[in-house]
Ligand binder design. Structure first.
Ligand code: AP5
Length: 230
């Protein structure tokens, strides 16, 4: 199965992707996580990426497409993937479509998790992430047992540099200008399903599973033929 989780910042894409990874046995490919890994490096490229991200701007397509291509080549992506945060504009969507076409593959669905702006700020400013295992928490909605400490691995919880209120407002503007047009793009392709992102994470997950339930999950063996990395 190959599908995209689309939606505004803080809508719950990452939370849902982490839950669905276990259910479907396919990896989450998060462009934000891939970019943050480079941004943490002590390199010119890392500093360049961090600059875009801290301003709430999109990192230029050429860099993002290169990182995504490299990730597609890994073995675990052969039987499918959950794309989280990619594509982010029409040209990235076209590049993804062309790559899948070349490999004889297709997207099964694009699930847009929708959330009003007023809830976005509340969710993002309360988010805490584990430095060690990337597990996600929310200081109010999903608090760790011990403040600042990951329940799963004991790692330190931190707040992302781009989660301050001003940057979040800029990210929402960028979403409206660059990413929202993808809703129409994928609607025209007959792939879009919009899901309400309000409510508890398990309630949102149920809605996503409902729109995915008619898609057959290929076995690991039968899915080995095509690779989006080719
Ligand atoms: P990215 O990391 O992709 O961030 P985003 O899309 O803005 O989304 P978030 O990760 O902030 O939110 P989410 O929807 O995953 O919500 P989450 O589950 O964490 O991108 C960051 C930056 O990288 C971009 O600004 C850009 O600079 C760059 N970038 C990334 N991809 C790019 C691309 N393709 N091209 C160019 N540049 C790119 O949930 C948020 C919080 O809410 C958490 O605390 C969570 O615990 C809580 N929560 C989740 N669900 C619920 C619920 N149902 N109820 C209550 N709380 C909930």
């Amino acid at each position: 199965m190959r599908f995209v989780l689309l939606g505004p910042p803080g809508a719950g894409k990452g939370t849902q992707a982490q839950a669905l990874v276990t259910r479907f046995g396919i990896p989450q490919i998060s462009s934000g996580d891939l970019l943050r890994a480079v941004a943490r490096e002590d390199s010119d490229l890392g500093r360049e990426f961090a600059g875009y991200m801290d301003r709430g701007q999109l990192v230029p397509d050429e860099f993002v497409l290169k990182l995504i291509s490299e990730r597609f080549r890994k073995k675990d992506a052969r039987s499918g993937f959950i794309l989280d945060g990619f594509p982010r504009n029409v040209s990235q969507a076209e590049a993804l479509g062309a790559r899948l076409d070349r490999a004889g593959l297709k997207l099964d669905k694009v699930v847009a998790v929708m959330l009003p702006d007023e809830e976005i700020l509340e969710r993002i400013t309360g988010r805490r992430t584990c430095r060690n295992c990337d597990a996600m928490y929310h200081v109010v909605f999903e608090p760790p047992k011990k403040p600042g400490v990951c329940d799963k691995c004991g790692g330190e919880l931190y707040q992302r540099d781009d989660d301050g209120e001003d940057t979040v407002r800029e990210r929402i503007k960028v979403y409206d200008a660059m990413t929202r047009p993808l809703l129409d793009y994928y609607k025209r392709l007959g792939l879009l399903a919009e899901v309400d992102g309000k409510g508890r994470p398990d309630e949102v997950e149920k809605r996503i599973l409902t729109v995915l339930e008619n898609i057959a999950v290929p076995s690991q063996d039968s899915a080995g033929g095509g690779s989006a990395g080719s």
